[in-house]
Design a protein around this ligand. Sequence first.
Ligand code: GDP
Ligand code: MG
Length: 143
Amino acid sequence: MAVEQTLSIIKPDAVAKNVIGEIYSRFEKAGLTIVAARMMQLSREQAEGFYAVHKDRPFFNDLVSFMISGPVMVQALEGEDAIAKNRELMGATNPKEAAPGTIRADFAVSIDENAVHGSDGADTAKQEIAYFFKPEEVCKRIR
Ligand code: GDP
Ligand code: MG
């Protein structure tokens, strides 16, 4: 295992539920450290660009509309095996299939409003962090 960075987004449904702190607490208890963070209201262009990989999927327009429906909290997380660890904390894409105790099982109700985003691999993690943060905005942690 290596120290990795991954991109996480707390989506508009979870921000509206006021559970940013609860979700951050799960990251911290799992040994993930926040190395960059910004609350933002995404523009349609920003949301479309971020989810460009899904642009031909039938749910693309709904996904973009949801992502711009309110503010999101965007963060880079760092830690051992951070990409897989964050995906494990998140749970399955469909909250109805998400394991008990995961973020999506606890805070999401449907596949279209599912509380969190997390990078799915090393390449996407790098691209997604760079999509939101300049290199100098990602802090170096003293261990
Ligand atoms: P993730 O990596 O677990 O977030 O899932 P994907 O990368 O497959 O999909 C990206 C996002 O698109 C998901 O988190 C959902 O918000 C949304 N999504 C995926 N599948 C569906 C679907 O069948 N219907 C709708 N409305 N949204 C979906
Ligand atoms: Mg994905």
